[in-house]
Design a protein around this ligand. Structure first.
Ligand SMILES: Nc1ncnc2c1ncn2[C@@H]1O[C@H](COP(=O)(O)OP(=O)(O)OP(=O)(O)O)[C@@H](O)[C@H]1O
Ligand SMILES: [Mg+2]
Length: 262
């Protein structure tokens, strides 16, 4: 706040108000890291313990009930495996220890491969999956193909999770300019449920889930996918942004420079 003087007298004041809600929330999210990790690990662990104890105590009375319990143990152990892998990935990235194997990457063939990888799922879900790439090859001189595949897999996994039957998901790649240099723009867009505007600024934070009411189980994520995506994209000196309209769909736009900065 600054006073407004007229000669010696204060005639008024100029006040600048800054909305810090977002900053405070971001800070809280980061501090909650340990609480989140222990919650995410403890929940599947206690299910594994509870259900295996029930089996040991011969609680299920029919073979079907027994199979049901084993199925839960199996699903939860897979889920925990994924969580541990994601957590280790993220910890390595944030400590700056992520090892990237840079070489020339043909983005057009990567996109074609991703399209093939998700075709079966699209058929099962009644979703139209399309891939649009230009005639000429799209080359990144210095990129880690496996990590870029991880980025695309996470984005498509999200798109499928939040898009219903009969809707479309599209992948598009094209030449672009990023920070005055040649780049490749990749878009993953869906016609799904969209992300509420209030959640949009936080989705790249670890453990952030916009749809909090979502049920657990194979479809329930932990909120690490986009944090990992962002880390990988930034390690490639690129950028990622999300645009979304509630009830209409979401588009993630990636920019990757064709050659590393000098
Ligand atoms: N395409 C999308 N449509 C609607 N909401 C999305 C989309 N992509 C991400 N979100 C929202 O952003 C949140 C964060 O996504 P993120 O991939 O980081 O976590 P997750 O999918 O919940 O879990 P994980 O990826 O770790 O299995 C999601 O929980 C979801 O609410
Ligand atoms: Mg995800």
């Amino acid at each position: 706040m600054t006073p407004l003087y007229s000669r010696d007298q204060v005639r008024g004041a100029v006040a600048v108000l800054r909305d810090v809600t977002e900053e405070v929330l971001l800070d809280k999210l980061r501090k909650d890291f340990v609480a989140n990790v222990s919650h995410e690990l403890r929940t599947p662990l206690s299910m594994l313990q509870g259900y295996s104890e029930a089996l040991l105590d011969d609680i299920p009375s029919t073979p079907e009930e027994r199979v049901e319990l084993v199925q839960v143990i199996h699903d939860e152990s897979l889920r925990m495996g994924r969580l541990v892998r994601d957590l280790l990935d993220l910890a390595r990235m944030e400590a700056g220890h992520l090892e990237l194997y840079f070489r020339e990457v043909e983005v057009d063939s990567l996109i074609k491969r991703m399209h093939r990888k998700f075709t079966v799922l699209a058929k099962e879900r009644g979703i139209t999956l399309s891939a649009v790439i230009p005639e000429q090859p799209l080359i990144l001189e210095h990129a880690d193909e496996d990590r870029l595949e991880q980025v695309m897999t996470n984005l498509l996994d999200n798109a499928f999770r939040h898009t219903g039957e009969g809707a479309r998901i599209a992948i598009k790649a094209e030449p672009a300019v990023f920070k005055d240099h040649p780049a490749i723009r990749i878009e993953v867009s869906d016609e799904g449920q969209g992300i509420p505007p209030g959640d949009l600024p936080f989705i790249f934070e670890r453990f952030y889930k916009a749809d909090k009411a979502r049920t657990r189980g194979s479809s329930g994520g932990t909120g690490l996918g986009l944090a990992i995506v962002k880390n990988i994209v930034e390690a490639h000196h690129g950028s990622i942004a999300a645009q979304s309209t509630l009830g209409q769909g979401t588009t993630f736009t990636l920019m990757l420079p064709c050659s590393p900065p000098e």
